[in-house]
Design a protein around this ligand. Structure first.
Ligand SMILES: [Zn+2]
Length: 165
């Protein structure tokens, strides 16, 4: 989102081209708004049959479509803590992280670009139950996936499917 006013001095910002990119700049104090993707974290969880844990999005964007559990990293939070916290909030399951699965740039979220750190982990406890942000939760086989939200999450699924064949 582009600022209209300088967050430091309140002056109305000008649009300036800089390094081939359009940026908002303050003519008064020199502030320049640089847009950066927001970091998010999630976990790929598969059961002993190889099925993938997915949650159905209750809210926009892409309400009704499915994703691996993930969420935005809060200030002061470790990346892995975010992933474990989001998964527990959305699915009721407690996960032990094993490794980083992939890091993806997500460019189709209407709220802004994100960088998604996807871990891989296994269930260590809890009870599968849809949380506040999730309409439904479940494990799905790779040959029977529902419609997945976000191009970056679809890429992760497509690679899993390719690695099977
Ligand atoms: Zn300013």
């Amino acid at each position: 989102m582009l600022f209209r006013y300088c967050p430091h001095c309140g002056t109305v910002l000008d649009k300036r081209e800089e390094g081939g990119k359009l940026r908002m700049r303050c003519g008064e104090c020199g502030f320049i708004q640089y847009l950066n993707p927001a970091p998010a974290a999630g976990i790929l969880v598969r059961d002993d049959k190889g099925r993938v844990l997915l949650v159905r999005r209750k809210f926009e964007p892409f309400a009704g479509l499915w994703t691996m559990p993930a969420g935005f990293i809060e200030y002061g939070e470790e990346v892995s803590e975010t992933a474990v916290r989001e998964l527990e909030e959305e699915t009721g399951l407690i996960i032990e992280i094993e490794t980083i699965h992939t890091v993806e740039s997500c460019r189709d979220d209407p709220r802004g670009d994100t960088v998604l750190v996807m871990y891989e982990g296994h269930v260590r406890g809890g009870k599968l139950e849809a949380g506040d942000d999730a309409g439904e939760v479940g494990f799905f086989p790779l040959d029977g996936l529902p419609e997945i939200a976000f191009a970056c999450q679809r890429r992760v699924m497509e690679r899993l499917i390719r690695n099977l064949s």
